[in-house]
Design a binder for this molecule. Structure first.
Ligand SMILES: Cc1cc2nc3c(=O)[nH]c(=O)nc-3n(C[C@H](O)[C@H](O)[C@H](O)COP(=O)(O)OP(=O)(O)OC[C@H]3O[C@@H](n4cnc5c(N)ncnc54)[C@H](O)[C@@H]3O)c2cc1C
Length: 444
Protein backbone atom coordinates (compact mmCIF):
# COMPACT_ATOMS: atom_id res chain seq x y z
CA UNK A 1 0.00 0.00 0.00
CA UNK A 2 1.57 3.34 -0.95
CA UNK A 3 1.47 6.45 1.25
CA UNK A 4 -1.50 7.99 -0.53
CA UNK A 5 -3.79 4.96 -0.01
CA UNK A 6 -5.79 5.34 3.20
CA UNK A 7 -5.53 2.44 5.62
CA UNK A 8 -8.92 0.69 5.88
CA UNK A 9 -10.53 1.15 9.31
CA UNK A 10 -10.85 -2.61 9.84
CA UNK A 11 -9.04 -5.70 8.64
CA UNK A 12 -10.88 -8.70 10.00
CA UNK A 13 -14.55 -9.65 10.00
CA UNK A 14 -15.99 -12.85 11.40
CA UNK A 15 -19.37 -13.91 10.04
CA UNK A 16 -21.07 -16.59 12.13
CA UNK A 17 -23.18 -19.00 10.05
CA UNK A 18 -22.82 -20.30 6.48
CA UNK A 19 -26.53 -20.03 5.71
CA UNK A 20 -27.89 -17.81 2.94
CA UNK A 21 -27.29 -14.57 4.85
CA UNK A 22 -23.72 -15.37 5.93
CA UNK A 23 -22.60 -16.56 2.48
CA UNK A 24 -24.34 -13.71 0.65
CA UNK A 25 -22.70 -11.15 2.94
CA UNK A 26 -19.26 -12.70 2.39
CA UNK A 27 -19.76 -12.59 -1.40
CA UNK A 28 -20.91 -8.97 -1.47
CA UNK A 29 -17.91 -7.95 0.66
CA UNK A 30 -15.46 -9.91 -1.52
CA UNK A 31 -16.69 -7.94 -4.55
CA UNK A 32 -15.09 -4.93 -2.81
CA UNK A 33 -11.96 -6.85 -1.78
CA UNK A 34 -13.03 -7.11 1.86
CA UNK A 35 -11.97 -10.44 3.37
CA UNK A 36 -14.09 -12.40 5.83
CA UNK A 37 -14.01 -15.59 7.84
CA UNK A 38 -17.27 -17.57 7.95
CA UNK A 39 -17.73 -20.00 10.85
CA UNK A 40 -20.27 -22.80 10.41
CA UNK A 41 -21.26 -25.13 13.25
CA UNK A 42 -22.12 -28.11 11.07
CA UNK A 43 -19.80 -30.23 8.90
CA UNK A 44 -21.73 -29.32 5.73
CA UNK A 45 -24.30 -26.91 4.32
CA UNK A 46 -27.91 -27.02 5.51
CA UNK A 47 -30.21 -29.14 3.31
CA UNK A 48 -33.43 -28.92 5.34
CA UNK A 49 -36.64 -27.97 3.51
CA UNK A 50 -37.29 -24.32 4.16
CA UNK A 51 -37.43 -21.36 1.77
CA UNK A 52 -38.32 -21.79 -1.91
CA UNK A 53 -39.41 -18.37 -3.20
CA UNK A 54 -37.72 -15.00 -2.86
CA UNK A 55 -39.45 -11.80 -3.89
CA UNK A 56 -38.22 -9.13 -6.28
CA UNK A 57 -36.27 -7.20 -3.59
CA UNK A 58 -34.18 -10.29 -2.83
CA UNK A 59 -33.72 -11.04 -6.53
CA UNK A 60 -32.20 -7.58 -7.00
CA UNK A 61 -29.56 -8.48 -4.37
CA UNK A 62 -28.92 -11.86 -6.04
CA UNK A 63 -28.29 -10.03 -9.32
CA UNK A 64 -25.93 -7.61 -7.63
CA UNK A 65 -24.01 -10.51 -6.04
CA UNK A 66 -23.63 -12.18 -9.47
CA UNK A 67 -25.72 -15.16 -8.38
CA UNK A 68 -28.81 -14.70 -10.51
CA UNK A 69 -27.74 -16.53 -13.72
CA UNK A 70 -26.91 -19.68 -11.75
CA UNK A 71 -30.11 -19.41 -9.71
CA UNK A 72 -32.20 -19.09 -12.88
CA UNK A 73 -30.41 -22.02 -14.52
CA UNK A 74 -31.19 -24.23 -11.52
CA UNK A 75 -34.80 -23.04 -11.21
CA UNK A 76 -37.92 -24.12 -13.07
CA UNK A 77 -38.20 -22.11 -16.29
CA UNK A 78 -41.66 -20.68 -15.67
CA UNK A 79 -43.77 -19.83 -12.65
CA UNK A 80 -47.06 -18.79 -14.27
CA UNK A 81 -49.31 -17.82 -11.36
CA UNK A 82 -49.94 -17.55 -7.64
CA UNK A 83 -53.45 -18.15 -6.39
CA UNK A 84 -55.46 -18.54 -3.20
CA UNK A 85 -57.80 -21.54 -3.06
CA UNK A 86 -60.60 -22.56 -0.76
CA UNK A 87 -59.70 -26.04 0.46
CA UNK A 88 -63.30 -27.16 1.05
CA UNK A 89 -64.13 -27.25 -2.69
CA UNK A 90 -60.73 -26.47 -4.33
CA UNK A 91 -62.19 -23.25 -5.78
CA UNK A 92 -59.62 -20.70 -6.93
CA UNK A 93 -60.54 -17.46 -5.13
CA UNK A 94 -58.11 -15.07 -6.77
CA UNK A 95 -54.99 -15.37 -8.91
CA UNK A 96 -51.95 -13.23 -9.71
CA UNK A 97 -50.80 -13.76 -13.29
CA UNK A 98 -47.02 -13.99 -12.91
CA UNK A 99 -46.52 -14.42 -16.67
CA UNK A 100 -46.61 -10.60 -16.97
CA UNK A 101 -43.13 -10.47 -15.37
CA UNK A 102 -41.67 -13.57 -17.05
CA UNK A 103 -39.36 -11.38 -19.18
CA UNK A 104 -38.17 -9.26 -16.23
CA UNK A 105 -34.67 -10.05 -15.01
CA UNK A 106 -35.54 -9.19 -11.40
CA UNK A 107 -38.77 -11.21 -11.18
CA UNK A 108 -39.32 -13.46 -8.17
CA UNK A 109 -36.74 -16.24 -7.74
CA UNK A 110 -37.95 -19.82 -7.20
CA UNK A 111 -35.39 -22.27 -5.87
CA UNK A 112 -35.10 -24.64 -2.93
CA UNK A 113 -32.94 -23.05 -0.23
CA UNK A 114 -30.55 -26.01 -0.15
CA UNK A 115 -29.76 -25.55 -3.86
CA UNK A 116 -29.41 -21.81 -3.39
CA UNK A 117 -26.94 -22.18 -0.52
CA UNK A 118 -24.90 -24.70 -2.54
CA UNK A 119 -24.61 -22.22 -5.43
CA UNK A 120 -23.63 -19.42 -3.03
CA UNK A 121 -20.98 -21.66 -1.50
CA UNK A 122 -19.57 -22.51 -4.95
CA UNK A 123 -19.35 -18.79 -5.74
CA UNK A 124 -17.54 -18.14 -2.45
CA UNK A 125 -15.00 -20.83 -3.33
CA UNK A 126 -14.60 -19.71 -6.96
CA UNK A 127 -11.32 -17.74 -7.22
CA UNK A 128 -12.91 -15.31 -9.71
CA UNK A 129 -15.90 -14.54 -7.48
CA UNK A 130 -14.78 -15.09 -3.90
CA UNK A 131 -11.29 -13.87 -4.95
CA UNK A 132 -9.71 -16.12 -2.34
CA UNK A 133 -10.98 -13.66 0.30
CA UNK A 134 -13.61 -15.90 1.91
CA UNK A 135 -12.41 -18.41 4.48
CA UNK A 136 -15.27 -20.81 5.33
CA UNK A 137 -14.63 -23.09 8.31
CA UNK A 138 -17.04 -25.94 8.94
CA UNK A 139 -17.30 -27.70 12.33
CA UNK A 140 -16.78 -24.34 14.06
CA UNK A 141 -19.61 -23.87 16.55
CA UNK A 142 -19.67 -20.46 18.20
CA UNK A 143 -20.57 -20.73 21.88
CA UNK A 144 -20.11 -17.15 23.06
CA UNK A 145 -18.89 -13.67 22.17
CA UNK A 146 -17.13 -10.78 23.89
CA UNK A 147 -15.50 -7.45 23.11
CA UNK A 148 -12.96 -5.00 24.47
CA UNK A 149 -13.44 -1.45 23.23
CA UNK A 150 -10.06 -0.31 24.59
CA UNK A 151 -8.40 -2.69 22.10
CA UNK A 152 -11.07 -2.13 19.41
CA UNK A 153 -11.61 -5.89 19.20
CA UNK A 154 -14.41 -8.42 19.51
CA UNK A 155 -14.17 -12.19 19.67
CA UNK A 156 -16.04 -15.46 19.44
CA UNK A 157 -15.47 -18.56 21.51
CA UNK A 158 -15.61 -21.60 19.26
CA UNK A 159 -15.89 -25.36 19.68
CA UNK A 160 -13.97 -26.96 16.83
CA UNK A 161 -14.67 -30.59 15.92
CA UNK A 162 -12.33 -32.62 13.78
CA UNK A 163 -12.59 -36.30 12.94
CA UNK A 164 -10.86 -38.62 15.38
CA UNK A 165 -9.92 -36.00 17.98
CA UNK A 166 -11.52 -34.25 20.94
CA UNK A 167 -13.36 -30.96 20.52
CA UNK A 168 -10.94 -28.02 20.68
CA UNK A 169 -11.92 -24.66 22.17
CA UNK A 170 -10.53 -21.52 20.60
CA UNK A 171 -11.06 -17.80 20.87
CA UNK A 172 -11.00 -16.02 17.49
CA UNK A 173 -10.64 -12.25 17.37
CA UNK A 174 -11.84 -9.73 14.77
CA UNK A 175 -12.71 -6.07 14.37
CA UNK A 176 -16.40 -6.93 14.04
CA UNK A 177 -18.49 -10.06 14.58
CA UNK A 178 -21.62 -10.50 12.49
CA UNK A 179 -24.18 -13.00 13.73
CA UNK A 180 -25.83 -14.66 10.71
CA UNK A 181 -26.40 -17.85 12.69
CA UNK A 182 -30.13 -18.19 12.29
CA UNK A 183 -33.08 -18.40 14.66
CA UNK A 184 -31.20 -20.14 17.47
CA UNK A 185 -28.33 -17.66 17.15
CA UNK A 186 -25.58 -18.14 19.72
CA UNK A 187 -24.42 -14.59 18.94
CA UNK A 188 -27.84 -13.14 19.81
CA UNK A 189 -28.07 -15.28 22.95
CA UNK A 190 -24.61 -14.10 24.04
CA UNK A 191 -25.95 -10.52 23.90
CA UNK A 192 -29.50 -10.90 25.20
CA UNK A 193 -29.88 -14.41 26.67
CA UNK A 194 -33.38 -15.64 25.88
CA UNK A 195 -34.77 -12.12 25.49
CA UNK A 196 -36.22 -12.26 21.97
CA UNK A 197 -39.55 -10.44 22.11
CA UNK A 198 -42.42 -11.67 19.96
CA UNK A 199 -44.59 -14.72 19.68
CA UNK A 200 -44.49 -18.41 18.83
CA UNK A 201 -47.50 -19.61 16.83
CA UNK A 202 -49.69 -22.37 18.25
CA UNK A 203 -49.13 -24.85 15.44
CA UNK A 204 -46.54 -27.21 14.00
CA UNK A 205 -45.37 -26.53 10.47
CA UNK A 206 -45.04 -29.69 8.35
CA UNK A 207 -43.00 -29.31 5.15
CA UNK A 208 -42.46 -31.97 2.47
CA UNK A 209 -41.35 -32.47 -1.11
CA UNK A 210 -44.12 -34.34 -2.91
CA UNK A 211 -44.40 -36.05 -6.30
CA UNK A 212 -48.04 -36.44 -7.41
CA UNK A 213 -49.31 -36.50 -10.99
CA UNK A 214 -52.69 -35.23 -9.82
CA UNK A 215 -51.42 -31.66 -9.72
CA UNK A 216 -51.07 -31.56 -13.48
CA UNK A 217 -54.14 -33.70 -14.11
CA UNK A 218 -56.26 -31.22 -12.20
CA UNK A 219 -54.66 -28.18 -13.85
CA UNK A 220 -52.73 -26.89 -10.84
CA UNK A 221 -49.68 -24.71 -11.51
CA UNK A 222 -47.37 -22.24 -9.74
CA UNK A 223 -48.14 -21.40 -6.11
CA UNK A 224 -51.42 -22.26 -4.39
CA UNK A 225 -52.16 -20.75 -0.98
CA UNK A 226 -54.71 -22.95 0.75
CA UNK A 227 -57.33 -21.12 2.82
CA UNK A 228 -58.93 -23.22 5.52
CA UNK A 229 -59.07 -23.15 9.33
CA UNK A 230 -57.86 -26.76 9.56
CA UNK A 231 -55.88 -27.43 6.38
CA UNK A 232 -54.07 -24.15 5.61
CA UNK A 233 -50.73 -23.78 3.88
CA UNK A 234 -48.99 -23.47 0.54
CA UNK A 235 -48.70 -26.00 -2.29
CA UNK A 236 -46.31 -24.97 -5.07
CA UNK A 237 -44.33 -26.34 -7.97
CA UNK A 238 -40.73 -26.03 -6.91
CA UNK A 239 -38.42 -28.12 -9.04
CA UNK A 240 -37.77 -30.13 -12.15
CA UNK A 241 -39.30 -33.58 -12.70
CA UNK A 242 -42.66 -32.84 -11.10
CA UNK A 243 -41.31 -31.77 -7.72
CA UNK A 244 -43.87 -29.91 -5.60
CA UNK A 245 -43.52 -28.52 -2.08
CA UNK A 246 -46.47 -29.05 0.24
CA UNK A 247 -46.41 -26.99 3.44
CA UNK A 248 -49.21 -26.95 5.98
CA UNK A 249 -49.75 -25.95 9.57
CA UNK A 250 -51.21 -28.45 12.01
CA UNK A 251 -52.96 -26.67 14.86
CA UNK A 252 -53.13 -29.73 17.15
CA UNK A 253 -51.25 -28.90 20.32
CA UNK A 254 -48.52 -30.87 22.07
CA UNK A 255 -48.17 -33.92 19.81
CA UNK A 256 -44.89 -35.70 19.13
CA UNK A 257 -43.44 -35.37 15.63
CA UNK A 258 -44.52 -38.96 14.93
CA UNK A 259 -48.08 -38.07 15.94
CA UNK A 260 -48.05 -35.00 13.68
CA UNK A 261 -46.81 -37.13 10.80
CA UNK A 262 -49.51 -39.72 11.44
CA UNK A 263 -52.04 -36.98 10.63
CA UNK A 264 -50.34 -36.08 7.34
CA UNK A 265 -52.40 -38.33 5.04
CA UNK A 266 -55.56 -36.71 6.41
CA UNK A 267 -54.21 -33.21 5.63
CA UNK A 268 -52.99 -34.15 2.14
CA UNK A 269 -56.27 -35.87 1.26
CA UNK A 270 -58.09 -32.66 2.10
CA UNK A 271 -55.64 -30.30 0.41
CA UNK A 272 -54.36 -32.01 -2.75
CA UNK A 273 -56.47 -31.91 -5.90
CA UNK A 274 -58.34 -35.18 -6.48
CA UNK A 275 -58.14 -36.00 -2.73
CA UNK A 276 -55.60 -38.80 -3.19
CA UNK A 277 -54.92 -41.84 -1.04
CA UNK A 278 -51.32 -42.19 0.27
CA UNK A 279 -50.35 -44.70 -2.43
CA UNK A 280 -51.07 -42.08 -5.11
CA UNK A 281 -48.27 -39.69 -4.11
CA UNK A 282 -44.62 -40.01 -3.08
CA UNK A 283 -43.01 -37.97 -0.34
CA UNK A 284 -39.27 -37.51 -0.62
CA UNK A 285 -38.20 -35.39 2.35
CA UNK A 286 -39.97 -33.93 5.38
CA UNK A 287 -39.07 -31.35 8.02
CA UNK A 288 -41.11 -30.03 10.93
CA UNK A 289 -40.83 -26.58 12.50
CA UNK A 290 -42.21 -24.32 15.16
CA UNK A 291 -42.87 -20.90 13.72
CA UNK A 292 -42.40 -17.50 15.33
CA UNK A 293 -42.50 -13.74 14.80
CA UNK A 294 -39.73 -12.24 16.95
CA UNK A 295 -37.21 -9.39 16.89
CA UNK A 296 -34.04 -8.72 18.92
CA UNK A 297 -33.90 -5.61 21.16
CA UNK A 298 -31.17 -4.12 18.95
CA UNK A 299 -29.12 -5.34 15.97
CA UNK A 300 -25.80 -3.88 17.18
CA UNK A 301 -24.00 -3.95 20.50
CA UNK A 302 -20.57 -2.35 20.15
CA UNK A 303 -18.61 -4.44 17.66
CA UNK A 304 -21.15 -7.24 17.42
CA UNK A 305 -23.93 -7.05 14.82
CA UNK A 306 -26.92 -9.22 14.04
CA UNK A 307 -28.53 -9.85 10.66
CA UNK A 308 -31.31 -11.94 9.14
CA UNK A 309 -32.92 -14.74 11.20
CA UNK A 310 -30.43 -14.21 14.02
CA UNK A 311 -31.93 -10.73 14.43
CA UNK A 312 -35.58 -11.32 13.54
CA UNK A 313 -37.83 -14.08 12.37
CA UNK A 314 -41.30 -14.33 10.89
CA UNK A 315 -43.69 -17.06 9.85
CA UNK A 316 -43.07 -18.24 6.27
CA UNK A 317 -46.48 -17.45 4.72
CA UNK A 318 -45.73 -15.02 1.89
CA UNK A 319 -41.98 -15.60 1.86
CA UNK A 320 -40.72 -12.70 3.94
CA UNK A 321 -37.99 -14.50 5.94
CA UNK A 322 -35.14 -15.06 3.54
CA UNK A 323 -36.13 -12.06 1.44
CA UNK A 324 -35.69 -9.82 4.49
CA UNK A 325 -32.50 -11.68 5.39
CA UNK A 326 -31.07 -10.84 1.95
CA UNK A 327 -32.06 -7.18 2.32
CA UNK A 328 -30.40 -7.04 5.75
CA UNK A 329 -27.08 -8.34 4.44
CA UNK A 330 -27.30 -6.31 1.23
CA UNK A 331 -27.68 -3.21 3.41
CA UNK A 332 -25.04 -4.27 5.90
CA UNK A 333 -22.61 -4.97 3.05
CA UNK A 334 -23.16 -1.41 1.76
CA UNK A 335 -22.49 -0.02 5.24
CA UNK A 336 -19.31 -2.06 5.75
CA UNK A 337 -18.09 -1.24 2.22
CA UNK A 338 -18.73 2.50 2.71
CA UNK A 339 -16.88 2.47 6.02
CA UNK A 340 -14.00 0.33 4.66
CA UNK A 341 -13.53 2.55 1.60
CA UNK A 342 -13.65 5.79 3.61
CA UNK A 343 -17.00 6.90 2.18
CA UNK A 344 -18.76 6.73 5.53
CA UNK A 345 -17.92 6.84 9.21
CA UNK A 346 -18.38 4.00 11.66
CA UNK A 347 -21.78 5.43 12.63
CA UNK A 348 -23.23 4.01 9.40
CA UNK A 349 -23.22 0.63 11.18
CA UNK A 350 -25.59 2.11 13.78
CA UNK A 351 -27.76 3.39 10.95
CA UNK A 352 -27.92 -0.16 9.57
CA UNK A 353 -29.00 -1.50 12.94
CA UNK A 354 -31.71 1.11 13.48
CA UNK A 355 -33.15 1.16 9.97
CA UNK A 356 -33.32 -2.59 9.40
CA UNK A 357 -34.91 -3.18 12.81
CA UNK A 358 -37.50 -0.47 12.16
CA UNK A 359 -38.32 -1.97 8.78
CA UNK A 360 -38.82 -5.40 10.31
CA UNK A 361 -41.11 -4.12 13.06
CA UNK A 362 -43.06 -1.70 10.90
CA UNK A 363 -43.56 -3.76 7.75
CA UNK A 364 -42.30 -7.34 7.74
CA UNK A 365 -43.70 -8.45 11.08
CA UNK A 366 -47.17 -7.04 10.46
CA UNK A 367 -47.47 -8.18 6.85
CA UNK A 368 -46.25 -11.71 7.48
CA UNK A 369 -48.89 -12.02 10.22
CA UNK A 370 -51.56 -10.76 7.78
CA UNK A 371 -50.40 -13.39 5.28
CA UNK A 372 -50.71 -16.09 7.94
CA UNK A 373 -54.14 -14.90 9.08
CA UNK A 374 -55.34 -14.80 5.46
CA UNK A 375 -54.91 -18.56 5.07
CA UNK A 376 -55.71 -19.85 8.53
CA UNK A 377 -58.07 -17.39 10.22
CA UNK A 378 -60.11 -15.92 7.39
CA UNK A 379 -63.53 -17.33 6.54
CA UNK A 380 -62.86 -19.11 3.22
CA UNK A 381 -66.43 -18.41 2.06
CA UNK A 382 -66.32 -14.63 2.55
CA UNK A 383 -62.63 -13.69 2.46
CA UNK A 384 -62.76 -12.71 -1.21
CA UNK A 385 -65.20 -9.95 -0.32
CA UNK A 386 -63.78 -8.95 3.08
CA UNK A 387 -59.98 -8.90 2.54
CA UNK A 388 -58.87 -5.58 0.97
CA UNK A 389 -55.75 -7.27 -0.42
CA UNK A 390 -57.88 -9.53 -2.61
CA UNK A 391 -59.78 -6.45 -3.80
CA UNK A 392 -56.49 -4.83 -4.85
CA UNK A 393 -55.43 -7.97 -6.74
CA UNK A 394 -58.79 -8.13 -8.51
CA UNK A 395 -58.37 -4.49 -9.62
CA UNK A 396 -54.77 -5.07 -10.76
CA UNK A 397 -55.88 -8.09 -12.79
CA UNK A 398 -57.90 -5.72 -15.01
CA UNK A 399 -54.74 -3.95 -16.20
CA UNK A 400 -51.62 -6.04 -17.01
CA UNK A 401 -49.32 -3.00 -17.04
CA UNK A 402 -50.41 -1.96 -13.56
CA UNK A 403 -50.04 -5.53 -12.34
CA UNK A 404 -46.51 -5.68 -13.71
CA UNK A 405 -45.66 -2.34 -12.09
CA UNK A 406 -47.02 -3.62 -8.78
CA UNK A 407 -45.00 -6.83 -8.95
CA UNK A 408 -41.72 -5.08 -9.85
CA UNK A 409 -41.94 -1.92 -7.75
CA UNK A 410 -39.40 -0.86 -5.15
CA UNK A 411 -40.67 -2.18 -1.86
CA UNK A 412 -40.86 -0.37 1.44
CA UNK A 413 -38.72 -3.13 2.95
CA UNK A 414 -35.77 -2.10 0.72
CA UNK A 415 -33.42 0.66 1.86
CA UNK A 416 -30.44 2.21 0.09
CA UNK A 417 -27.71 2.80 2.70
CA UNK A 418 -25.36 4.37 0.15
CA UNK A 419 -27.48 7.53 0.57
CA UNK A 420 -25.51 7.94 3.81
CA UNK A 421 -22.11 7.96 2.07
CA UNK A 422 -20.23 11.26 2.44
CA UNK A 423 -20.00 11.84 -1.30
CA UNK A 424 -23.78 11.70 -1.81
CA UNK A 425 -25.90 14.86 -1.93
CA UNK A 426 -27.50 15.54 1.44
CA UNK A 427 -30.78 13.71 1.69
CA UNK A 428 -33.71 14.69 3.81
CA UNK A 429 -33.04 11.86 6.21
CA UNK A 430 -36.28 10.14 5.32
CA UNK A 431 -35.83 6.43 4.87
CA UNK A 432 -36.87 5.26 1.42
CA UNK A 433 -39.40 3.07 3.19
CA UNK A 434 -41.34 6.17 4.19
CA UNK A 435 -41.26 7.63 0.71
CA UNK A 436 -42.87 4.61 -0.92
CA UNK A 437 -46.16 4.99 0.87
CA UNK A 438 -48.44 2.05 1.51
CA UNK A 439 -47.01 -1.34 0.87
CA UNK A 440 -49.21 -4.24 -0.05
CA UNK A 441 -49.00 -7.24 2.19
CA UNK A 442 -47.62 -9.59 -0.40
CA UNK A 443 -44.03 -9.20 -1.53
CA UNK A 444 -43.63 -12.37 -3.47
C1 LIG B 1 -40.76 -24.00 6.35
C2 LIG B 1 -40.11 -22.71 5.99
C3 LIG B 1 -40.34 -22.14 4.75
C4 LIG B 1 -39.75 -20.92 4.42
N1 LIG B 1 -40.02 -20.38 3.20
C5 LIG B 1 -39.48 -19.20 2.87
C6 LIG B 1 -39.66 -18.66 1.56
O1 LIG B 1 -40.28 -19.28 0.70
N2 LIG B 1 -39.11 -17.46 1.28
C7 LIG B 1 -38.37 -16.76 2.21
O2 LIG B 1 -37.90 -15.66 1.88
N3 LIG B 1 -38.12 -17.29 3.44
C8 LIG B 1 -38.64 -18.48 3.78
N4 LIG B 1 -38.34 -19.05 4.99
C9 LIG B 1 -37.38 -18.39 5.90
C10 LIG B 1 -35.91 -18.67 5.50
O3 LIG B 1 -35.66 -20.05 5.37
C11 LIG B 1 -34.99 -18.04 6.53
O4 LIG B 1 -35.37 -16.70 6.71
C12 LIG B 1 -33.54 -18.08 6.06
O5 LIG B 1 -33.09 -19.40 5.96
C13 LIG B 1 -32.66 -17.30 7.05
O6 LIG B 1 -31.32 -17.39 6.65
P1 LIG B 1 -30.15 -17.17 7.71
O7 LIG B 1 -28.89 -17.28 6.94
O8 LIG B 1 -30.40 -15.94 8.49
O9 LIG B 1 -30.29 -18.36 8.75
P2 LIG B 1 -30.15 -19.91 8.51
O10 LIG B 1 -30.63 -20.29 7.19
O11 LIG B 1 -30.80 -20.56 9.69
O12 LIG B 1 -28.59 -20.17 8.55
C14 LIG B 1 -27.86 -20.04 9.76
C15 LIG B 1 -26.57 -20.83 9.65
O13 LIG B 1 -25.83 -20.63 10.86
C16 LIG B 1 -25.37 -21.88 11.36
N5 LIG B 1 -25.23 -21.78 12.81
C17 LIG B 1 -26.23 -21.82 13.74
N6 LIG B 1 -25.71 -21.71 14.97
C18 LIG B 1 -24.38 -21.59 14.83
C19 LIG B 1 -23.31 -21.44 15.74
N7 LIG B 1 -23.53 -21.40 17.07
N8 LIG B 1 -22.04 -21.34 15.26
C20 LIG B 1 -21.80 -21.38 13.92
N9 LIG B 1 -22.78 -21.55 13.01
C21 LIG B 1 -24.06 -21.64 13.45
C22 LIG B 1 -26.45 -22.86 10.92
O14 LIG B 1 -25.96 -24.19 10.89
C23 LIG B 1 -26.79 -22.34 9.53
O15 LIG B 1 -25.95 -22.87 8.53
C24 LIG B 1 -38.91 -20.27 5.35
C25 LIG B 1 -38.66 -20.85 6.60
C26 LIG B 1 -39.24 -22.06 6.92
C27 LIG B 1 -38.96 -22.68 8.26
Amino acid sequence: MNNSTPVPPFAKLIIVGAGPSGLLLALLLAQHNIPSTVLEAWPDLDTRLRATQYGVPATRIFRRAGLLPDFRAASIPKFPAICWRRVADGEKLVEIDMSVVQGEEDRMTVLQLGEMIRIMYNHCMDPAKGKGLIDIRFNHRVTGTGQDETRHKAWVDVDIDSAGSDTRHERLEADYIIGCDGASSAVRKSLFGNDWPGQTWDCRFVVQNVFYDGFEKHGWEGGNYCVDPEHWGLIARRGHGGLWRVTYGDSAVGLTDEEYLARRDWHLKAMLPGHPEPDQYRIEQTNLYNIHNRCAPTFKVGRILLAADAAHICNPMGGYGCMTACLDVGGLADCLIGYYEGKAGEEILDTYATVRRDIFLKYVDARSIKNLDRVRKADPWTVLQTDPFFGIIQDLNKDKDKLKEFLMKTSSIEYDFTQHYNDRPANNGTPSAEKNGIELAFET
